[in-house]
Design a protein around this ligand. Structure first.
Ligand SMILES: CC(C)(COP(=O)(O)OP(=O)(O)OC[C@H]1O[C@@H](n2cnc3c(N)ncnc32)[C@H](O)[C@@H]1OP(=O)(O)O)[C@@H](O)C(=O)NCCC(=O)NCCS
Length: 320
C-alpha cells in the first residue's frame, strides 16, 4: 500500500490587513514590506473574537474537507496537527479537534515544527499508511499568528497571517500511479534560538521572536538541498518537477530556492503576496489554490518543501 494526496482545502478569515493599514500604527511602509518580503496583505481573524482557539479553525477546515470528500469522520484513522499556538501544552490540539469533529476512531497527535510542519506530517502519515496502520490520515495546519506576533515589533509582525489548511492522505494499491514518492527531513537544534515563541515574564503573553537574517540563510540553503536530496532518493531530477510549492515565507526565499534548483518562475507556486506567512497552513493553502485553478493536474510531480522553528526542514515529492 502507499499514500496518495486525495484532498486539500483551506479556511481563511475574511478580514484583509494590508501593508498600508499596518503602516498606520507601525513605523513601516508598503514599499518596505513589499520589496523585502513580497507580501502585500494578509488575512487575520477578528481581534475582538478573543475566545477563538486554534482548535476552532482546525475543526472548521477539517469538517470542510470531510464534507468535500463525503467522508464519515469515523473513517479517519489518524489526525496530525500543527500550530504555532496550540490550545494547551496538553492535551494536544489534535485530540481536541478529534473530539470536536467526532473522529472517535482516530489516533490524534500534534507535531511541533512551526512552519516546517507539512513535510514532517506527510512523511509520518505516509509511513503509517505504508505500514498498514492507517487508511485515512487527516493533516491539519491551523494558525492564529495574529495572536502571537508582537504588533509593536516591525521585524516580525508584518510577515505573518492567519489561516488553516487540511490535507487528506489515503491508502491505495501500489499499482496506482499517484502517491508520495519520497521524503527527506532534517532538524538542527543548534538553531533553536533564532525562531522562538516566547512568553512575557510579566503578563505571560506569547510573542514571536526571530533573527530574520539567520532564518533567511538557512531557508535558502536547506530548502533547495532538501529538494535535491529527495529527488536523488527517487531517482528523479530537477527538470522532472512540474510544481515547486515551498512554504510561503518570503518571495526572496522562494525565488532563491527555485533558482538554486534551476526551475523557471512558472513552476513556482506563490501566494505569499496575499496571505503572508501562514506557517503550518501555508503549503495546504497554496496547494488548494493551485489545484482549484487547474494549474496542478493529475499525474504532475509536485515538490513540497518547508523550513521552520527548531530548526526543522524537509521535502516531500508527490505524484498528484
Ligand atoms: C525579516 C526580513 C524580511 C528582513 O529583511 P532584511 O533584508 O534581512 O532586512 P534587515 O534585517 O537587514 O533590516 C534592514 C532594516 O530594516 C528595518 N526593518 C525591519 N523590519 C522593518 C519593517 N517592517 N519596516 C521598515 N523597516 C524595517 C530594520 O530595523 C533594519 O534597519 P537598520 O538597518 O536601521 O537596523 C528577512 O530577513 C526575512 O524574511 N527573513 C526570514 C524570515 C522568515 O521567513 N521567518 C519565518 C520562517 S519559517
Amino acid at each position: 500500500m502507499k499514500a496518495v494526496l486525495s484532498a486539500v482545502t483551506a479556511y481563511l478569515p475574511e478580514k484583509v490587513l494590508t501593508n498600508q493599514e499596518i503602516s498606520t500604527f507601525l513605523d513601516t511602509s508598503d514599499e518596505w514590506i513589499l520589496t523585502r518580503t513580497g507580501i502585500r496583505e494578509r488575512r487575520i481573524f477578528d481581534r475582538l473574537q478573543t475566545d477563538l482557539k486554534s482548535s476552532d479553525i482546525a475543526a472548521e477546515v477539517a469538517l470542510k474537507l470531510l464534507r468535500m470528500q463525503n467522508l464519515d469522520p469515523l473513517k479517519i484513522d489518524v489526525i496530525i496537527l500543527g500550530s504555532m499556538y496550540p490550545d494547551f501544552v496538553f492535551p494536544s490540539t489534535a485530540c481536541v479537534v478529534q473530539g470536536m469533529i467526532g473522529a472517535h476512531n482516530a489516533l490524534a497527535f500534534d507535531i511541533t515544527a512551526a512552519c516546517g510542519f507539512i513535510p514532517l506530517a506527510i512523511q509520518q502519515g505516509d509511513m503509517m499508511i505504508r505500514a498498514g496502520q492507517a487508511k485515512n490520515v487527516l493533516i491539519i495546519g491551523a494558525e492564529l499568528s495574529s495572536r502571537v506576533v508582537d504588533w509593536t515589533d516591525r521585524n516580525t509582525c508584518v510577515l505573518f497571517g492567519d489561516g488553516a489548511g487540511a490535507l487528506l492522505l489515503t491508502s491505495v494499491d501500489d499499482s496506482d500511479p499517484r502517491g508520495v514518492i519520497a521524503s527527506t527531513l532534517k532538524s538542527d537544534g543548534r538553531f533553536t534560538s533564532i525562531l522562538q515563541l516566547k512568553k512575557d515574564e510579566v503578563d505571560q503573553a506569547h510573542f514571536l521572536e526571530m533573527d530574520g537574517k539567520s532564518v533567511f540563510k538557512i531557508a535558502v540553503n536547506e530548502m533547495a538541498d532538501s529538494v535535491k536530496e529527495t529527488l536523488n532518493k527517487a531517482g528523479l531530477q530537477e527538470k522532472d518537477i512540474d510544481w515547486l510549492i515551498p512554504h510561503q515565507a518570503n518571495i526572496r526565499i522562494l525565488d532563491a530556492t527555485a533558482k538554486k534548483l534551476g526551475l523557471p518562475a512558472e513552476k513556482l507556486i506563490v501566494n505569499v503576496d496575499r496571505y503572508g506567512n501562514t506557517s503550518s497552513a501555508s503549503i495546504p493553502i497554496a496547494l488548494m489554490e493551485a489545484v482549484e485553478s487547474g494549474k496542478i493536474k493529475q499525474g504532475d510531480l509536485i515538490a513540497l518543501v518547508a523550513v521552520g522553528g527548531g530548526m526543522n526542514w524537509g521535502c516531500n515529492l508527490i505524484r498528484y
